[in-house]
Design a protein around this ligand. Structure first.
Ligand code: M6R
Length: 369
């Protein structure tokens, strides 16, 4: 049951370190290489892949957006990510050398199922990333990589998302390993970092009290904006989705570079804006640009809520609220940066008197198109 927590969502947020570790279990060998035996698409076929297409909905779609950065960086294979509900209606270009990845917690989402059926009809191989053993999507796919998050009961996806990310990283790294790209050393280093990441997620969970306090103080607001860059952009989208579905607030995620192309007009006094800051080490140019974005919105009176790595001092003067996350390799940052946003949305929903586990109008698995 709820294991002493008030809501399944709180329990599932707390289970994330274990869920992440379980998804990695048995998939990294003693030599630090990946062994994804269950991916029953031959290595010869994987070497032939010339395009990856990811289809998914909602939170799983956000995992796919992050996967694109990892796949293209580590494998140099072009990768598209598409909302499953749009995919088959635009006559997508697919052939036997296209690897389609369908991501779904439930394995029963009709939009995703119809997208994968369409892909297989065109001769593409489909790899499912799924949390539910024996569900329809993995049954109809050529191969499946299960996320081992355990049952997710709350409608808002949390631990399933983190484990989808882990599975996506594994696929990206595995493709890189099989195809032998120039990033060999980096791939080995990231596999090592990934094997320690569950402790970092645990560490984030221990520092969430100020985030809960902040969420309660915003309970009467109408709008919250989320900004990010690089992999922080899908994290911003995910933070906004969580807030919509749980707190029933107007929430939007933007790529911070787009601000000046329109959204900055929304900034007004006291508007809460959450900013996910990239590591100052990895993509330092982006870091500097986002620091300027924070200055710009603060100059217009926004209340800045900044999620930044430990040790990143450059952001501190412009943050009305500073949420620290552990330093991780750039591409892995979403695993730690998403957690405060989940806690934030859950606490805001509670403060607004909403039903956390069963938000209005939503179902855990969406089996209609
Ligand atoms: O079961 P699936 O992963 O296929 O579900 C996809 C979406 O319906 C799901 O992620 C939805 O967006 C969640 N309620 C988000 O928290």
């Amino acid at each position: 049951e709820k294991g002493g927590y008030d809501y399944f969502m709180l329990k599932e947020i707390a289970e994330q370190p274990k869920a992440v570790a379980d998804t990695l279990l048995g998939r990294i060998d003693a030599a630090g290489s990946l062994t994804l035996d269950e991916v029953r698409i031959s290595t010869a076929e994987l070497r032939e892949v010339d395009k990856v297409v990811i289809v998914a909905c909602g939170t799983a779609f956000h995992a796919g957006l992050i996967a694109k950065y990892a796949i293209e960086h580590w494998t140099r294979i072009p990768c598209e990510v598409e909302l499953a509900s749009e995919f088959r209606y635009r006559d997508p270009i697919l052939d036997p050398r296209t690897l389609v990845i369908a991501i779904s917690q439930s394995g029963e989402t009709m939009d995703t199922l119809m997208a994968l059926r369409h892909a297989r009809e065109q001769g593409s191989k489909v790899l499912a990333i799924c949390n539910t053993n024996g569900s329809t999507i993995p049954r109809e796919s050529d191969a499946v990589l299960y996320t081992h998050a355990g049952p997710e009961v709350a409608v808002a996806s949390t631990k399933a998302f983190l484990t989808q990310l882990v599975a996506c990283y594994l696929v990206a790294l595995y493709l890189g390993q099989v195809r032998g790209t120039k990033w060999g050393d980096e791939i080995r280093a990231v596999i090592r970092d990934l094997s320690k990441i569950s402790q970092e997620v645990e560490r984030v969970l221990k520092t969430m009290e100020p985030v809960r306090e902040l969420a309660r103080s915003l309970a009467t607001k109408n709008t919250v904006l989320f900004l990010g860059r690089h992999v922080g952009y899908p994290v911003a989208l995910e933070g906004a989705l969580k807030l919509k579905e749980l707190a029933y607030m107007h929430a939007e995620g933007f790529a911070a570079g787009e601000l000046k192309h329109g959204p900055i007009a929304l900034i007004e006094k006291d508007l809460p804006v959450v900013v996910v800051v990239p590591s100052p080490r990895g993509r330092s140019v982006l870091h500097d640009k986002i620091v300027s974005n924070i200055q710009e919105i603060r100059a217009r009176g926004a209340r800045t809520i900044v999620i930044a790595e430990e040790g990143d001092e450059a952001v501190a003067p412009y943050a009305d609220h500073l949420i620290r996350i552990p330093a991780t390799p750039t591409l892995l940052q979403p695993l730690v940066a998403t957690v405060p946003l989940q806690v934030f949305a859950c606490e805001l929903a509670t403060a607004r008197g909403n039903e956390v586990d069963q938000p209005r109008n939503l179902a855990k698995s969406v089996t209609v198109e």
